[in-house]
Design a protein around this ligand. Sequence first.
Ligand code: CMC
Length: 428
Amino acid sequence: MSETAKITVEGKTYELPVTTGSEQEKAIDISKLRALSGYITIDTGFKNTGSTKSAITFLDGEKGILRYRGYPIEQLADNAEFLEVAYLLVYGELPTKAEYTLFKESITHHTLVHEDMRQFLEAYPAKAHPMGIMAASLCTLSTFYPESQDPARPTEAIDLTIHRLIAKIPTLAAWAYKNAMRHPLMYPLNKFEYCENFLYMMFANPSEKYYADPVIVSALNKLLILHADHEQNCSASTVRIVGSSQANLYASISAGVSALWGPLHGGANQAVIEMLETIKNDGGGLDKWVQKAKDKNDPFRLMGFGHRVYKNFDPRAKIIKKAADDVLSKLGVVDPVLDIAKELEEVALNDQYFIDRGLYPNVDFYSGIIYRALGIPTEMFTVMFALGRLPGWIAQWKEMMEDNQPIGRPRQIYTGENERDFTPLEKR
Ligand code: CMC
C-alpha cells in the first residue's frame, strides 16, 4: 500500500499522498488540501516547499552531494567540456561524438549577434552594470526572432532558440565589458572553442595577435561547469515561473539574470571581493567584521558564507578552493585578498555562531578570486555566473514546458484591512 500522511485540523483528518524521489527524498503532496479542508500551507521563502518534481539536478545539502543528471559534479568539473555539460543538462544525456559535433557546430554558427544590437549597447552609460545590460540584451534578442514568441513552437524552433542563447551569451557579455571600457568590440572568432572565444572577445584587441593561456581556458571551463545548474534556486525558480505564463524563452532567461543579480544569490561573488577589499583597506583585522556579521542589529553579513541547502559544506566551494590555489600558483599571481579569504574562512569555521548555523563558504567565496586572477573585472563576476548558469535555466524551463506544468501562482494569507468604506478626498 502506498504511503500517506495524515493532517488533522478542526477535528477532521485528511489523508494526503506521499511522493518519493529517486534518491528517496519524500514529500507530502498538499495540492488537494485546500479543496478538501479549506486550508492552504504557508512557507515564506519556500524553505520547505518543493515547487516541482525534476530529473535534472540532485543535491543533498547535508552530505554535500551535487549531481547533474546523475553525474557527480567532481567528475564533470575534472573531465568534461562546458558545452558537453550544457548538452547533458538540456537534453538529459551526455552527447555521443556525432551529437556533440553537431551541437558544437550549431553553437559556433550562431555566435554572432545582430549588428543592430550595437546601437542599444552604445546607448548605455559607461558605468552601466553589465548585469543590467545582460538582462536587457537577452530580452531584446526576442525582438530579433519574433517567431520565438509563439508559445506553440515546434521542437526545432525551440532548439534553435536554445542554441542561439548559448551561442550569443558570451558575445553579449564580452561586448558589455568592452563597451563599458569604450574599447572596440571584438567579433566572435569561430576557429576558437567556446571558452577561448569568450576570452578572445573580452581581452583581444584588433591590432594584436591573440593567445589564450590554456591554464585560464581550463579554469574558466571548470567554473562554468560548477555553476551550470543548482536545481530550484531563486533564479531557476524565476525562469520557471516566468516561463509558466508561456512568456518566451528569451524573456524567461532575462528574468533569471535579474534574479541572479542580487547579492544574496549570484551577486554574492562581486560582494565577496568588495568585502575582502574593504577588510584589507581597513587594516586586515578580522575580529571586527566577524563581530559585525554576528550582530543582529548590524545588516552586515559575511558574503560568500551560508547557503539555503548546504549546511555542512558546498561541494562546489571545495573544488573552487583547490582550483583557486592551482590557478594562482600556475599564473604566478600573488593576491593578498586570497590570504584574507583563507584567514576569514578559518576564523568563521571555528566560531560557534557559524558552527551553530551551519554557515560554510559557498561557491561564490572563492570564485571571485579566480576571476580576478583571470583578469576579469569585479563587476563582470555575476555575468560569469550567468554564462555558466544558462544551460541550467534552459533545462529547467524545457522540463517545465515538456511536463505541461500549470502557470505558477502561489496563494497567500491576507493580513490587511477588512472591508471599509471609501472616504472622498475632501473629507480626509
Ligand atoms: N553571515 C552572517 N550570518 C548569516 C549569514 C552570513 N553570511 N548567512 C546566514 N546567517 C545567519 C542568519 O542571520 C540567521 O541567523 P539566526 O538564525 O540567528 O536568525 C541564520 O544564519 C540563517 O540564515 P537565513 O538568512 O535564514 O538563511 P537562508 O537559508 O534564508 O539564507 C543565504 C541563505 C545564502 C541567503 C544567506 O546565508 C546569506 O545571506 N549569505 C550571504 C550571501 C551569499 O553568500 N549568497 C550566495 C549563496 S551561494 C550562490 C547561489 O547559489 O546563490
